[in-house]
Write a new protein. Structure first.
Length: 95
């Protein structure tokens, strides 16, 4: 974790935001392009919502979180599990 003061929720929001931004950039998508790609899959998400995730201000409900990981990652299980492992590793380091 960045500091001893950071809560688990803050770690989760930060790590998820980093993941979204990294994967979006890796795909060469702007936030607008990402929102359009999700819309074409029947999943509504705004550019502002994407931005709030990237800045660690919000985190989606679990079902949306998994769907975002699925669409941004190569395989849902791999990307979601990797994200969770990073979060757990950071929490362990703080103890």
């Amino acid at each position: 974790m960045k500091s001893k003061e950071e809560t688990i929720d803050e770690v989760l929001r930060r790590k998820f935001g980093d993941f979204v931004k990294k994967q979006r950039t890796k795909k060469g998508w702007s936030r607008e392009a990402m929102a359009s790609a999700f819309e074409s899959q029947g999943f509504s998400i705004s550019e502002q919502t994407i931005k709030s995730y990237e800045y660690g201000q919000r985190i989606p409900p679990l079902s949306k979180l998994m769907y975002i990981c699925f669409l941004l990652g190569s395989k849902s299980e791999e990307s979601f599990c990797k994200l969770l492992n990073e979060i757990f590793d950071e929490i362990k380091k703080s103890k």
